[in-house]
Design a protein around this ligand. Structure first.
Ligand code: SF4
Length: 388
């Protein structure tokens, strides 16, 4: 495999697979109701996994602790993880250090410890401002918990905060969606992520839907909510920089941008995925006891069965797929630099489709850049599938 991208600064993702309880729609690798003892054993294993990386050459300029619900952990565990990251990786002087937090689990003392540990960006899982919808979704928090968390977060000096919202939820009207977004925008978070509810196999929502016990909003309703959301966010001064993400100027997520910019990232923790130019994509085992046991035995917890040899063409497809998620789209000059070959020669068979999408107003091609239009985002799966 030849990827000519300069080895710059990499990201580090840390997975925390614990939640207060499972939300009805959640397909993430996380478990509700684990004891503090289990959480501490897991963090010990995580710290040891970080030690396996001692001596890595790449510098780390973003750390993202996600889950699950990282704020469920005793706060000293977050501190221990970040200390271990700094001891074993070359962390740059001004890293972005993000932590996902759930409103039900935050306290002022936890926030003080996060600050001390170097966390400088929080991601608050609000999902909705409507209590009825939050109950329906199986969320552990209510709107009052979110407001109280918001107050504490600002009071403790966090000035780079994302709020996660969901739309396309059964029972959510256009008005309810707009009202949630409006309430969030009044708080002026630096970043807003907004996702359409996806039915993940194996979840209670999926089973209910399959059993005919749940109606989803129509595609038209879902798309109306999405576009109205973008309209409101843009009007409030946010830059719509990625399909599901908007930020105030200067606050785009540096860590998540690595995924969309085909940059390297390490990943530690249960089921965590990493991407290195020389090693490709690797995934850790996703069985909790196996993960802890492997590490105690001094073994890397990589899931060998999940390893797939990826060809250069696979990587090109991933590059295109992720680049098209960005509003700035794909830079064909960068593609050529990275892969040593012209985008237009690799994808010459797709150029007819590209022209058609352009005529339909779904794609625009400008100065060596190819990007989805806002209308094109609604057909993004179909368009991206041309390249993979
Ligand atoms: S809090 Fe997040 S990770 Fe945990 S169950 Fe709910 S959606 Fe899943």
């Amino acid at each position: 495999m030849t990827i000519n991208k300069e080895q710059g600064q990499a990201g580090l993702y840390v997975h925390i697979p614990f939640c207060l309880k499972k939300c009805g729609y959640c397909g993430f690798l996380s478990f509700g109701g684990c004891s503090e003892e289990t959480q501490r054993q897991y963090v010990q294993a995580l710290v040891r996994e970080l030690e396996f990386h001692k001596g890595e050459n790449a510098a780390i300029d973003t750390i993202y602790i996600g889950g699950g619900t990282p704020s469920l952990l005793p706060a000293d565990c977050v501190e221990a993880i970040l200390d271990a990251a700094r001891e074993n990786f070359k962390v740059t002087e001004d890293p972005e250090i993000s932590l996902e937090v759930n409103p039900k689990t935050l306290t002022e003392s936890k926030l003080k410890i996060y600050h001390r540990a170097g966390v400088n960006r929080l991601s608050l899982g609000a999902q909705s401002m409507d209590d009825g919808l939050l109950v329906f979704m199986g969320r552990a928090h209510d709107q009052a918990d979110f407001q109280e968390s918001w107050r504490m977060v600002r009071e403790q000096g966090f000035s780079n905060v994302n709020v996660d919202l969901m739309f396309g939820v059964p029972g959510q009207s256009q008005d309810l969606w707009e009202d949630s977004l409006k309430q969030v925008l009044e708080l002026r978070p630096e970043h807003v992520s907004f996702y359409s509810l996806q039915l993940e196999e194996g979840t209670p929502f999926y089973r209910q839907y399959k059993a005919g016990e749940m109606d989803l909003p129509s595609t038209e309703e879902d798309r109306r909510m999405y576009h109205q959301g973008i309209h409101m966010l843009k009007k409030a001064g946010y830059d719509h920089y990625e399909i599901s993400n908007c930020a105030r100027p200067g606050f785009a997520s540096r860590h998540n941008s690595k995924y969309w910019n085909f940059e390297e990232y390490f990943a530690v923790g249960l089921g965590a995925h990493s991407f290195r130019y020389d090693q490709g994509r690797q995934r850790n085992v996703s069985h909790l006891e196996t993960y802890i046991q492997r590490i105690r035995q001094g073994l890397l917890p990589v899931d060998e069965r999940a390893f797939q040899q990826e060809s250069l063409r696979d990587h090109m497809g991933e590059y295109v797929f992720t680049a098209l998620r960005k509003s700035e789209g794909l830079d064909t000059a960068d593609f050529e630099k990275v892969f040593g070959t012209s985008f237009f020669s690799v994808y010459k068979e797709q150029m007819t489709a590209v022209s058609t999408y352009q005529e339909q107003g779904l794609l625009y091609v400008n100065g060596g850049r190819i990007a989805l239009t806002e209308k094109g985002i609604d057909c993004s799966n179909e368009i991206m599938a041309e390249f993979v």
